[in-house]
Design a protein around this ligand. Structure first.
Ligand code: PRP
Ligand code: URA
Length: 208
């Protein structure tokens, strides 16, 4: 599995604010959005481009444009929705699929409840968006469902990852690319990331 951990002063700064329990919901949403922009730049680094000719107001020159079919963005509901706007701003023609999963509080096993993927998954780069990679169960299930629907070029994008979740993904999906804002220390006995930032969905949507 190819893992990229963002190392950038702006990401460190925003992540520290995001972790702070005193950060209110509106700022939390903005910070997820801003970190999403940094993650999006990194997660799209491998997209193929081709040369094109451009007429500037002064002369003819060469530029580059994306070569592959429009990418597909798949936010994992609910918390993945917080990462969707920055990815859509940078990839305005991207298709958007949705996948509803929630973690059973006792077993921590992901329970699927909604799925709507666009066509031609096999020909498009697919970016799975979920701010939290804890046990890895949800991300692994999301990737499994996308692969069974035909996707082959898959990248998971998360704000925070636990080592346990990365190990799980590496063994379930060795062909996956993963881009994360930081790798934290460990999970607690309830499957929360330590030091973490709490429940991302609850903080994004005010359901605490
Ligand atoms: C959170 C998070 C991930 C999942 C990560 O979702 O957004 O999808 O937990 O945990 P895992 O790696 O152990 O599977 P949650 O189930 O709380 O649903 P929500 O986004 O609707 O709050
Ligand atoms: N989901 C979250 O939102 N936070 C965690 O720490 C673990 C799973």
């Amino acid at each position: 599995m190819e893992l990229h951990v963002i190392d950038h002063p702006l990401a460190h700064h925003k992540l520290a604010l995001l972790r702070d329990r005193k950060t209110p919901g509106s700022l939390f949403r903005d910070l997820v959005d801003e970190l999403g922009t940094i993650l999006a730049v990194e997660a799209t680094r491998a997209l193929a481009t081709e040369t094109i000719v451009v007429e500037t107001p002064l002369e003819r020159t060469q530029g580059r444009r994306l070569r592959s079919l429009d990418p597909v963005l798949v936010p994992v509901l609910r918390a993945g929705l917080g990462l969707l706007p920055p990815f859509q701003r940078l990839l305005p023609t991207a298709k958007v699929g949705h996948l509803g999963l929630y973690r059973d509080h006792h077993s921590l096993v992901p329970v699927p409840y909604y799925r709507n993927f666009p066509p031609l998954l096999e020909e498009r780069p697919v970016l799975v968006l979920d701010p939290m990679l804890a046990t890895g169960g949800s991300a692994s299930e999301a990737v499994r469902q996308l692969k069974s629907a035909g996707a082959r070029m898959l990248t998971l994008v998360s704000v925070l990852a636990a080592p346990e979740g990365l190990d799980r993904l590496g063994s379930d999906h060795p062909d996956l690319a993963v881009v994360v804002g930081a790798v934290d220390r460990q999970l607690n006995d309830k499957g929360y990331i330590l030091p973490g930032l709490g429940d991302a969905g609850d903080r994004l949507f005010g359901t605490t």
